[in-house]
Design a protein. Structure first.
Ligand SMILES: [Zn+2]
Lengths: 341, 133
């Protein structure tokens, strides 16, 4: 199928520790951290949102790929935190990377998997020769009500992928598994999401990811041991470890792409940021499986083989970017979120 | 600032597109239609020029009492930046401890939210600066 021609990623500089959030709500930070396997999460600055994070990621992807941005024929931004309810984020990105005006663009929403849905569209458009390059972005500045269980993980970050030909990694196959499952939602005009508590695990995350992963491996005749890296959506640090084990993957296969323990859940950014971190260290011939998950619910699975050309590009350095950080306390976090009105 | 003006200024606000004088080579930002040095000779010779985005802090000020549209965002730093192309820009410095900002600090442009017309209005994006790697 089509190739990944370039990738970019962005995680805001600020962090808050799970300990600090737990302190405010009178909970034991150590036990919250070990329960979720998340230690700190990224916090967007006051002037960062899904548009700015998407632009930063998109610019890195363009710079890495060295393509002419005017050759990008489609841009899809997947997020559940678009800055406007009506007015696309994708046009802001298109203008900021100088891809306008000859392109199609749209915003996608499918909880945490809208970015990979955009990627599938780009693959189809490249495969059908409708466009030369397509860009798919997954970004979120996740919302959580103060005191809600989601507050420990709801984070910010994004990743952009340019899909085309003659790239750094080939997408061999992609499949999806989708059902109507109300495990998590946010109603129009509501600032914070609601969720089905325990219902978010087995019938939602685990069912969709395992089915998509198994369908993909059956379709192309692979088994878990054929992969050098595996990336599963990361609502917390525990779920991807558990789903990996359930499917027969070993911990070492998922470690490079597991970012949730140090940045939290970046929602639409999650699986694509994981893939970016893997591409940072991957070598030609390496095989990668990526399975996203979006509440509501669905999973997109991708089988990817790294190509020789990856040695010619400058890697993004996702882990290094994450290491460059500054901690904020809960009060500053609330100020950044604009909670003082 | 008004949606129409913002929209007109998108190329320079998003991508630092200024003008370069085709006669003397001087770069202007924000864009100018005529070079003040070459005057009439530069007419029709001012070309679009995209700044690389890197520069040096020449002077800065920490704002503690902001104008109404930036209420709730103080303290923040606004700096005069000498861009590598020689022109000067004013912009906010972000992602940097205010105590660390100093004259001579190398910075690079980044893409941020500048302001919004209240909760119901348009959101304006553009360049700010962060410490260069
Ligand atoms: Zn001149």
């Amino acid at each position: 199928m089509a190739d990944i021609v370039g990738y970019g990623a962005y995680v805001p500089r600020y962090r808050i520790k799970v300990d600090e959030i737990a302190r405010i709500w009178g909970r034991d930070g150590k036990s919250v951290s070990s329960g979720l396997y998340v230690f700190e999460k990224s916090v967007p600055a006051m002037d960062e949102d899904t548009a700015t994070i998407s632009v930063e990621s998109a610019r890195k992807a363009v710079k890495q790929s060295k393509i002419n941005p005017a050759d990008i024929g489609a841009i899809y931004v997947g997020s559940e935190s678009h800055p406007y309810a009506v007015k696309p984020t994708a046009t802001i990105v298109a203008e900021a990377i100088e891809a306008t005006p000859v392109l199609t663009a749209a915003d996608y929403e499918f909880a945490c998997k809208a970015g990979t849905a955009g990627m599938q569209n780009c693959i189809a458009l490249v495969e059908s020769k409708m466009i030369k390059y397509g860009m798919a972005i997954g970004t979120d500045v996740a919302q959580a009500a103060p005191g809600d269980a989601l507050e420990y993980t709801a984070a910010a970050g994004g990743s952009a992928f340019i899909i085309g030909r003659d790239g750094i990694a080939e997408i061999n196959e992609t499949v999806s598994f989708t059902t109507d499952t109300p495990d998590f939602w946010r109603r129009e005009g509501e600032p914070y999401p609601g969720h089905g508590e325990r219902f978010t695990g087995e019938p939602a995350y685990f069912k969709h990811i395992t089915n998509a992963a198994k369908m993909l491996m059956e379709k192309i005749g692979t088994k878990p041991s054929d992969y050098d890296f595996a990336v599963f959506h990361q609502p917390n640090g525990k779920f991807p470890l558990r789903v990996a084990k359930k499917l027969g993957f070993e911990r070492k296969q998922i470690e490079d792409g597991l970012l949730c323990p140090i940045i939290g859940n970046t929602y639409s950014g999650s699986s694509l940021l994981g893939l970016s971190a893997v591409l940072d260290v991957a070598k030609p011939g390496h095989r990668i499986i990526v399975v996203s998950y979006g509440s509501g619910a669905g999973s997109d699975a991708f089988d990817i083989t790294v190509k020789d050309k990856i040695e010619e590009v400058e890697r993004i350095g996702v882990k290094k970017m994450i290491e460059s950080k500054e901690y904020v306390d809960y009060g500053t976090y609330m100020k950044f979120r604009g909670e003082f009105k | 600032m008004g949606v129409a003006r913002y929209w007109r200024e998108i190329p320079h606000r998003y991508n630092l597109i200024g003008k370069k004088c085709g006669v003397c080579g001087k770069v202007y930002f924000p864009p100018r239609s005529i070079c003040p040095d070459c005057r009439r000779k530069s007419a029709g010779k001012m070309e679009d020029y995209k700044l690389k985005g890197s520069g040096t802090v020449e002077s800065f000020s920490i704002i503690h009492v902001p104008p109404p549209e930036f209420e709730g965002k103080s303290p923040y730093a606004v700096a005069l930046i000498k861009m590598d192309e020689g022109c000067y820009l004013t912009g906010q410095i972000v992602d940097c401890d205010l105590k660390d900002i100093h004259i001579g600090m190398r910075v690079e442009a980044c893409f941020r939210r500048i302001q919004e017309d209240g909760k119901r209005g348009a959101i304006y994006y553009g360049y700010k600066f962060r410490k260069a790697e």
